[in-house]
Write a protein that binds this ligand. Structure first.
Ligand code: ADP
Length: 158
């Protein structure tokens, strides 16, 4: 069984993330959506909420598992016997940090491969921070995030 990990902070998950996770789930037997706890970074949503939103969205998909993590990604990968890390690339700006991170992780565990998937054109401009900014100023985030999150965002910024 091939297990792949889709790591991120998912604060909150967007349709761009979902697109990558679903495309990855067509390629591998099991996908673990690994939600970084981010204890040193301020997040809009708690780790419990970030995990819950993803669980609710994928509840009918048995091959997608959602877990939080607060350790090195390579350690988390080992625990779940995952050999693949999937990352989405939106623009050249993503490349530099992702390239560095992929090399670091490979150095820490050479058996772990990072595979990059190109963002779908319709979501290439989408990021969690853009979503939060739009919502903060009362903009419409419908179709950019799951419905549940749209409601939660509206409640946060009333
Ligand atoms: P963000 O960069 O939106 O804050 P994360 O840190 O949670 O999100 O990102 C996790 C992964 O998802 C990264 O590999 C990132 O490049 C990817 N990703 C985020 N948004 C998109 C998108 N719209 N299309 C494709 N990949 C994306």
């Amino acid at each position: 069984m091939t297990v792949a990990i889709c790591p991120g902070s998912y604060d909150p998950i967007t349709m761009g993330h979902i697109d990558i996770i679903e495309r990855a789930s067509n390629l591998y037997d099991r996908i673990i959506v690994a939600v970084a706890t981010q204890p040193r970074k301020e997040t809009l949503f708690s780790i419990e909420d970030r995990v819950k939103f993803i669980l609710n969205y994928f509840k009918k998909n048995d091959c997608i598992i959602v877990e939080s993590f607060d350790t090195l990604l390579v350690k988390f990968a080992k625990k779940y016997k995952a050999k693949i890390i999937i990352k989405g690339l939106r623009a050249v700006t993503d490349f530099e940090t992702e390239f560095q991170m992929a090399q670091l992780n490979h150095e820490l565990d050479p058996s772990l491969e990072t595979i990059f998937m190109m963002a779908s054109p319709k979501y290439a401009y989408l990021s969690s921070s853009a979503i939060k900014e739009i919502a903060q100023y009362g903009g419409n985030v419908k179709d950019l995030v799951p419905q549940e999150i749209e409601k939660e965002l509206m409640a946060k910024f009333v």
